[in-house]
Design a protein around this ligand. Structure first.
Ligand code: SF4
Length: 438
């Protein structure tokens, strides 16, 4: 078995663990933000609804800021206040639709499944759209296979609910059901790496394992949900990535990075001299030692990030005169998996790299022809400009064209769902932020 990491990187003194819990919880009680899911978790007597309320918040908070989530969360909980409400919406559609499966079959080939469309519309703007769909699928599973009861432990939540990983399971179990289990998210990683001067690549499995062990040691046994939220809150509001507010930090007395910044060298505890000079698995690599100009932000360290992939996509705002004279625009639905799954967009085509402009237009005209079932001349496409949108891993450039169609256009029902919408309907549809920019 590998040797345990040096004590400097651990919480091995029970008295210090007690003191840290006490200091952190006292700060949380004084300073915590008032958030709708916290109010529900604290006051909701129905255990299943409590778990559901926390679950929805945790899924929405993945990759998204608290301030953005609040409004979406309130609207979601108003529309689907219980697991049963979320699952029932799908089942009603299934009865009205083909009935062969709970929801995924569209009511007609020009309109998507009603509840899926509603989920997408409510989710539009939050990003990472598959999260909403997975939540809906998991709700169906709880209602149909678990008699509507949420699993009560982190282990069962992770095992039984699709889309629920180790972090989300720990958060639901500790906050809703009081299980003394730790959580590790981006905020917790930063706080723990600083508290214990962990400078090895914080995304490596060995470091992540250590952090989970540490979170499980630290979590307060009588208030696990509050403790976990306090640790995350500390990372979100005090121990922030670039300019942490160490002077106001409730746990600075327990923070090795802060002490090291003050004293300019590792704190004088017995085995520290052995740490960092040899092959300590948790210290910064010898090639990138402590940089005193960075202070506590020496921690955590990350492996170099891959640059985002560059993509170019042609997109066309196809317009026709609508019934009452107002122009209408063609939107089509994206495939049900992958980037922006299930969302609506103007007809678009990813472009090959290094294609000449004329060739690009020809290919795109050919693609549009398939949607509207009539010839489209490349020279009829009017270039409007380019729109850049950055996804987390893709640097997307939309090459925007417009085309006005005279006369009626019959959409081919054999193709993916497509429909004509007015400008107002476009904005109310489940379209991505990128398409709104277009
Ligand atoms: Fe973070 Fe500074 Fe507090 Fe340490 S003292 S936990 S670095 S805010």
């Amino acid at each position: 078995a590998p040797a345990p990491p040096p004590a400097r990187h651990l919480f091995s003194d029970p008295a210090e663990v007690e003191a840290l819990r006490r200091d952190l919880l006292a700060w949380y009680d004084r300073c915590k933000r008032d958030l709708p899911w916290r109010a529900l978790a604290a006051t909701e007597p129905d255990a299943d609804r409590r778990g559901y309320a926390v679950w929805v918040s945790e899924i929405m908070l993945q990759q998204t800021q608290v301030a953005t989530v609040i409004d979406y969360y309130n609207r979601w909980m108003q529309k689907w206040p219980t697991l049963q409400a979320l699952a029932r919406a799908s089942l009603e559609v299934s009865v009205a639709g083909s009935g062969s499966s709970p929801c995924p079959v569209p009511l007609s080939n020009t309109r998507p499944c009603l509840s899926e469309q509603e989920v997408n519309e409510l989710w539009a703007g939050l990003g990472y759209y598959s999260r909403g769909k997975r939540l809906q699928e998991a709700a169906r599973k709880v209602v149909s296979e678990l008699a509507g009861h949420m699993p009560r432990t982190a282990e069962d939540l992770q095992k039984l609910l699709p889309g629920v990983g180790r972090y989300t399971a720990g958060a639901i179990a500790s906050i809703s059901y009081g299980q003394a289990t730790g959580v590790v998210d981006g905020n917790v990683i930063r706080v723990l790496c600083r508290l214990r001067c962990i400078g090895a690549d914080a995304s490596s499995p060995a470091v992540i394992d250590q952090l989970w062990d540490m979170a499980n040691v630290l979590v307060d046994r009588s208030r696990p949900g509050d403790f976990n939220q306090a640790l995350m809150e500390l990372g979100a509001t005090v121990c922030v990535p670039k300019a942490p507010l160490c002077g106001e930090c409730p746990v600075k007395q327990h923070c090795q990075a802060w002490r090291r910044k003050l004293f300019g060298k590792p704190p004088p505890v017995p085995d520290v001299e052995d740490c960092g000079v040899g092959d300590c698995p948790l210290c910064p690599p010898a090639t990138e030692p402590w940089d005193s100009s960075l202070g506590v932000t020496n921690f955590p360290r990350k492996a170099a990030k891959k640059p985002p992939r560059a993509m170019r996509t042609a997109t066309c705002v196809l317009e026709r005169g609508g019934g009452h004279g107002a122009p209408e625009y063609l939107i089509v639905q994206r495939p049900s998996s992958g980037l922006l799954a299930g969302l609506w967009e103007f007809p678009s085509l990813p472009l090959a790299q290094d294609l000449q402009e004329e060739k690009e237009k020809e290919e795109f005209a050919h693609h549009l022809q398939a949607w509207i079932g009539q010839p489209v001349a490349a020279k009829g496409l009017q270039f409007m400009g380019e729109v850049i949108h950055i996804f987390s891993h893709i640097h997307q450039t939309y090459v925007v064209y417009s085309l006005h169609l005279d006369g009626d256009v019959t959409l081919d029902p054999a193709l993916s769902p497509s429909r004509w919408v007015t400008e107002d309907e476009f904005h109310a549809s489940a379209v991505s932020t990128a398409m709104k920019k277009v």
